[in-house]
Design a protein around this ligand. Structure first.
Ligand code: IPE
Ligand code: IPE
Ligand code: MG
Ligand code: MG
Ligand code: MG
Length: 312
């Protein structure tokens, strides 16, 4: 079992600033082994049919950047909490995120064959299993948020936060896939509604859950919330740009698919240069939001800079 030590976030001076930012930051790579170990061990303790366990392990354990659980752990640390205490909530958020990907890829949704560099769950295990794996991951996420791993007084606040983020993510997927907007909305306001819900809400919840585990005071929780909202929007704008700028080999998922599918994306509505400018504005908003937390939030500052320039 890996233990989590405080992040050393020094960037080597040899690499150019841009290259250093594009390299995987210590703030992302350092907590990831402990998160992966915890998830693998915890998954084995659920009483599940062998085929369901196999398909969930396939969806959850191999591949994925672990962006949300890492944000959760680092937000916990940024408010003075212990990383180990955040691992159950970190697994819960990654289960919800991974469930959202399994369902996002289904034929009735984005109909994708490749995810995290491998065949999608429904391609590998069939469509019924794809649906049921997603269902199971959603309920397992809430099952994890209970004593003894989670203090009794935190169960309610964490479950409520995770449920709100999940409901918003599902609402966002409905906007993205089926519409449902009020008639007076412009493409730009529809886009905001899609992005803030389908991706932003779960990232906001990841950050807030970390702060809740770390028993943040009201001011710190407010700063973390604003950070999470900005980073959440950055995340989907970058995802939209990767769809038009990157290859399937590099990202491990199909690219050049959004325009074909007629999706409302940031570059489609505003253009790529304005998308980049928006990312930079949001990056500054995120950095300002965590400034009052001081040196404890150094890893969050590093993560935000990385997520703004990531290439996969
Ligand atoms: C992809 O999320 C889908 C979005 C919500 C943008 P990630 O880019 O975090 O995917 P993984 O978890 O690393 O596979
Ligand atoms: C996915 O958005 C959002 C959720 C899964 C909630 P996308 O459909 O853009 O994600 P990718 O590009 O397939 O990873
Ligand atoms: Mg989608
Ligand atoms: Mg998709
Ligand atoms: Mg996408």
């Amino acid at each position: 079992m890996h233990t989590i030590k405080p992040a050393n976030i020094e960037v080597t001076s040899a690499a150019s600033a841009q290259e250093a930012l594009r390299a995987e930051p210590v703030a992302l790579s350092e907590p990831t082994p402990a998160i992966n170990d915890y998830m693998a061990a915890r998954l084995d303790r659920f009483d599940l049919p062998k085929n369901l366990r196999e398909a969930i392990g396939y969806a959850l354990l191999a591949g994925g950047k672990r962006g949300r659980p890492v944000l959760l752990v680092q937000c916990c640390r940024a408010v003075g909490g212990e990383a180990e205490a955040a691992l159950p909530a970190a697994m819960a958020i990654e289960l919800i995120h991974s469930f959202s990907l399994v369902h996002d890829d289904l034929p009735a949704m984005d109909n994708d064959d490749l995810r995290r560099g491998k065949p999608t769950v429904h391609k590998k295990f069939g469509e019924a299993m794809g649906i049921l794996v997603g269902d199971a991951m959603m309920s397992l996420a809430f099952q994890i948020l209970s004593p003894p791993e989670v203090s009794m007084d935190l169960v309610g606040p964490l479950a409520r936060e995770l449920a709100q983020g999940t409901t918003a993510m599902i609402a966002g997927q409905v906007y993205d896939t089926l519409g449902g907007f009020t008639p007076d909305e412009t493409d730009a306001s529809r886009l905001n509604l899609i992005h803030r819900n389908k991706t932003g809400a779960l990232i906001r919840s990841a950050c807030r859950m970390g702060a809740i585990v770390g028993r943040a005071d009201e001011g710190a929780l407010d700063g973390i919330t604003r950070y999470g909202e900005a980073v959440g929007l950055i995340f989907q704008i970058v995802d939209d740009l990767l769809d038009i700028e990157q290859t399937v080999e590099h990202t491990g998922k199909r690219t050049n698919k959004d325009a074909q599918a007629g999706k409302l994306t940031y570059p489609a509505v505003h253009g790529a240069p304005a998308s980049r400018a928006r990312i930079e504005d949001l990056r500054q908003v995120a950095q300002a939001a965590i400034e009052p937390l001081g040196a404890k939030a150094a890893a969050l500052a590093e993560l935000c800079d990385f997520l703004a320039v990531r290439t996969k």
